[in-house]
Design a protein around this ligand. Structure first.
Ligand code: OAD
Length: 248
């Protein structure tokens, strides 16, 4: 039965040591950061082709930047929630007893703000920029003085995120793939599983290791040992607490 209590009991019995938390926009929903899909998702209101592709940026860099600045301002106002905090605390608590990899599709940086350390950001980070000529890459936390911002080298700056049609950062993806295939607990938290290759990482996780945490049905539910239909802030803290307890 897919209950939180059963999942906790299984964790206490099996004492997983190599934990991967694979997160999507849903983990930040309770921090007030909009998700992409679903009734109130960004892709209901905006077209990805107009805002999140290299072609869109070439066509209208100002429009793309205005949309990213709006998202950046929402994220600046947001705080990590109980799920982000619990994941960070578990990684620190497990330090010498286990291995904890946080693999995220999110660009909001909330896992790092909560204190997670081994974070693999598959889709980049919205507070980092790089120049379109691909020579310079740096953090830009504050709003740019002008939109679109220009690099010292003269080319346009763009958010250092992965857009549709672009490759994922290869080293980050390989590290995430390696951690996934060695996991003995693979937590899937707040992702619709709609976007590849990120969603494919769950297929690398050894059979029977997936616990899916999401209030809605997902494609991971069919293969998960437990499909917990709860929110991240409700289910992640007790689940990771069980992991820490099992290894104490
Ligand atoms: P989606 O917006 O596709 O999915 C968000 C998921 O979070 C849904 O399955 C919701 O049911 C779930 N959810 C909502 N509230 C939740 C809560 N409080 N707790 C737990 N889950 C909750 O977001 P992603 O799966 O992250 O890519 O989307 C993947 C990628 O598609 C993104 O990284 C982005 C997007 O287009 C790029 O920009 C390249």
């Amino acid at each position: 039965m897919n209950t939180l209590d059963n999942a906790i009991r299984w964790i206490l019995e099996t004492r997983p040591r190599r934990i991967v938390a694979f997160t999507g926009a849903g983990v930040s929903a309770e921090s007030g950061v909009p998700t992409f899909r679903g009734a109130t998702g960004l892709w209901k209101e905006y077209r990805a082709e107009d805002l999140a592709t290299p072609e869109a940026f070439r066509r209208d860099p100002r429009l793309v930047w205005e949309w990213y600045e709006w998202r950046r301002s929402k994220i600046r106002e947001a705080e990590p929630n109980a799920a982000h905090h619990a994941l960070a605390a578990a990684e620190i608590a497990l330090e010498s007893r286990g291995r904890f990899d946080l693999v995220t599709q999110n660009v909001d940086g909330l896992h790092v703000r909560a204190g997670s350390r081994r974070v693999h950001e598959l889709h980049g980070n919205i507070f980092r920029v790089r120049c379109a000529a691909n020579r310079h890459r740096f953090d830009m936390l504050e709003p740019p003085g002008e939109i679109p911002p220009v690099c010292d080298c003269g080319s346009l700056l763009r958010p250092d995120v992965v857009w549709f049609g672009e490759a994922l950062p290869s080293e980050t993806f390989s590290q995430a793939a390696e951690a996934s295939s060695g996991a003995d607990l693979f937590l899937v938290i707040g992702t619709s599983g709609a976007v590849y290759p990120a969603a494919g990482l769950a297929q690398l996780a050894p059979r029977g290791t997936i616990v899916d945490i999401n209030p809605d049905e997902t494609p991971f539910g069919r293969v998960a040992r437990f499909a917990l239909r709860d929110t991240a802030a409700a289910a992640v803290p007790p689940i990771v607490q069980a992991v820490v307890e099992a290894l104490s």
